[in-house]
Design a protein around this ligand. Structure first.
Ligand SMILES: NC(=O)c1ccc[n+]([C@@H]2O[C@H](COP(=O)([O-])OP(=O)(O)OC[C@H]3O[C@@H](n4cnc5c(N)ncnc54)[C@H](OP(=O)(O)O)[C@@H]3O)[C@@H](O)[C@H]2O)c1
Length: 260
């Protein structure tokens, strides 16, 4: 059966690693044209090559820093040179910086989290909507987190920006009702990507401890949910997905096998 997504134009922010890279491969396998953005061009080119190998109709890359309005505008100007329409927008770029308590928090970490997870999503959505609204169909999927639903110690600002992402997704869903566009949030729990390495400033050993003794989600598990949500019939909107590893029942309830 031909894929409903074949030849659709899919824009993915943060496509250089983790969930975004897996989404590029899986939307590629569904026969999509891909518009991939992130700051690390070497990794972005590798993601595009993997997506082409998996069957993408085309895969295009351009540097994108969602923390900068001029960068977002330049990116979308470049998108317009390739296509007059975007069918699927995946607002995925982001992550956590640090795990300090409020008392010990660092300004630079707070600013980075607000700029990428929160303002980045706003900037990219505002810039891409003119490429979606005229076509009266399309899908915006924002990546939230279990952190946006259940705060935890040392996560204050990250939990805050992901709770804001949840609220923004709901506002956008209301604002776009009647336009034919659908909007949803996909909120993962523990997933093994570069996420923890970034949070712990490159400390690989500490990052690995996050997943010790348990089986986490992978980027591909989340990409599968994204492809599923984007490929429902046009009259069906998947408003929210919360997906967690079987070993993780809640932020603080993670089954870890010891004695390995
Ligand atoms: N892994 C988890 O456990 C988990 C759970 C829930 C939610 N999430 C969310 O899932 C999303 C993807 O994270 P991931 O797990 O796949 O981690 P990841 O492997 O670290 O990927 C993060 C991606 O975001 C991009 N990015 C970060 N800041 C950016 C910026 N200012 N401009 C453009 N791109 C930027 C990175 O690209 P460059 O560095 O090349 O720019 C990278 O491609 C994030 O929003 C994260 O908060 C992750």
């Amino acid at each position: 059966m031909p894929s409903r997504l074949a030849n659709q134009w899919v824009l993915i922010t943060g496509a250089s690693s983790g969930i975004g890279e897996a989404a590029a491969r899986q939307f590629g396998a569904a026969g999509c044209h891909l518009l991939l953005g992130a700051r690390r061009l070497d990794k972005l080119n590798a993601a595009a090559a993997a997506a082409k190998k998996s069957g993408a109709a085309s895969a295009h890359v351009h540097e994108l820093d969602v923390a900068s309005t001029p960068s977002v505008e330049a990116f979308v100007k470049w998108v317009r040179t390739l296509t007059p329409r975007v069918d699927v927008l995946l607002n995925n770029a982001g992550g956590a910086h640090g795990a300090d308590t409020v008392a010990e928090g660092k300004d630079a970490d707070w600013v980075a989290m607000v700029e990428s997870n929160l303002l980045g999503l706003m900037r990219v959505t505002r810039a891409v909507l003119p490429l979606m609204l005229p076509h009266q169909s399309g899908t915006i999927l924002n990546i939230g987190s279990i952190a946006g639903r259940q705060p935890y110690e040392g996560g204050s600002l990250y939990c805050g920006v992901k709770a804001a992402e949840f609220a923004i997704t709901k506002s956008l869903r209301l604002e776009l009702c009647g336009t034919g566009l659908r909007v949803g949030t996909v909120d993962p729990g523990l997933a093994q990507t570069e996420f923890a390495v970034t949070r712990y400033k490159g400390d690989e050993a500490r990052a690995l401890k996050t997943y010790e003794g348990m089986t986490p989600l992978t980027g591909d598990d989340i990409a599968e949910a994204l492809v599923w949500a984007a490929s429902r019939p046009a009259h069906v909107c998947i408003d929210e997905i919360l997906l967690k590893a079987t070993d993780q029942a809640a932020v603080y309830k993670v089954h870890r096998r010891t004695g390995k």
